[in-house]
Design a protein around this ligand. Structure first.
Ligand code: SAM
Length: 307
């Protein structure tokens, strides 16, 4: 155990079996545990036979409590920060403390554990390369819609934390701003009523029923293709431009080569081929007939390329 260290300790998001061996050891060895909710953390510690001094560190006392914790660290004591569930600092208290410790040259060490965002993302099957973490959306509708609209052209899936009271409304707003996007709803991850629903946003909202219960993460699939027209690419809707030997023509944000991929991704998520073509046509600004013809052309090109 290194003296004067702030440990960021991940705790289970539901299933206590997800507590790591290292988390148990570190919580047992530090001089104090700084917890978002002391009662909850006392119960978690009791479960693992950890009896430790627990101090409170939350949104409303983070300045005074943060100073106290940094005083302890400067005096050579070690402190573990935990939140109610998951990783501290991610839509949970901890970020400011980490930042202040780093600014003051105090040692910070993560003890990684579960986090709802990554657990939902990998369970969605919607993430290939990057992703966008939005966390909780703003309360004000105008600002919420602004955040969602910003996602419109982003090919990366977005991760949104949501409460049971607001999950349906948010799904409706996803459909309102982004059209028939497929979403994955990860509900009650690692718990008895765990469920992953993957469907276009409005269907997913309907599948939740009128009064959804539990904890939710929404993963919104990315825009089909790369929405930022590259220099020299045709951003006006035409097809067929090439650069560096690669097809970079875009139809209102959808790379030509990704049209087929976009249709396939939707089909893989359980949407019928007709619906998938309709959705991709809408997103790319093409008619269904034009998209269908383009898909046929791409198929032929591919056959030719393969000899
Ligand atoms: N720091 C936490 C983490 O690393 O995931 C997130 C804390 S944030 C205050 C709580 C939100 O995370 C919930 O409203 C929900 O959106 C999501 N969440 C937490 N546990 C979850 C679970 N078991 N299943 C689904 N979502 C969960």
């Amino acid at each position: 155990m290194t003296a004067g260290t702030l440990f960021l300790v991940g705790t289970p998001i539901g299933n206590l079996e997800d507590m790591t061996l290292r988390a148990i050891r570190v919580l047992g060895e530090v001089d104090a545990i700084a917890a978002e909710d002391t009662r909850r953390t006392r119960a978690l510690c009791a479960h693992f036979g950890i009896h430790k001094r627990i101090i409170s560190y939350h949104e409303y006392n983070k300045d005074s409590s943060g100073e106290r914790i940094m005083g302890m660290l400067a005096a050579g004591k070690s402190v573990a920060v935990v939140s109610d569930a998951g990783m501290p600092g991610l839509s949970d208290p901890g970020r400011e403390l980490v930042s202040q410790c780093l600014d003051r040259g105090l040692r910070v060490t993560p003890v990684p554990g579960p986090t709802a965002a990554i657990t939902a993302l990998v369970s969605s099957g919607l993430c290939d390369k990057g992703f966008v973490f939005e966390g909780f959306l703003p309360r004000a509708r105008a600002r919420r819609l602004e955040v969602l609209r910003r996602l419109a052209g982003d090919p990366r899936p977005a991760v949104i934390y949501e409460s049971p009271r607001r999950v349906r409304r948010t799904l409706e707003e996803v459909a309102e701003t982004l059209g028939p996007r497929v979403v994955a709803i990860a509900r009650e991850l690692t718990k008895i009523h765990e469920e992953i629903i993957r469907a276009p946003a409005l269907d997913a909202a309907a599948a939740l029923g009128p009064s959804p219960l539990g904890e939710f993460v929404i993963v919104v699939s990315g825009a089909a293709g790369d929405a930022v027209p590259e220099e020299g690419a045709n951003s006006g809707g035409g097809l067929g431009d090439t650069a560096c030997g690669r097809d970079v023509a875009r139809v209102r944000g959808v790379a030509r080569a990704d049209l087929a991929g976009s249709v396939k991704r939707l089909e893989d998520s359980g949407v019928s081929r007709m619906e998938a073509i309709k959705a991709v046509a809408k997103e790319s600004g093409m008619t269904k007939r034009a998209l269908y013809a383009e898909l046929e052309r791409l198929k032929k090109d591919l056959k030719k390329d393969l000899g």
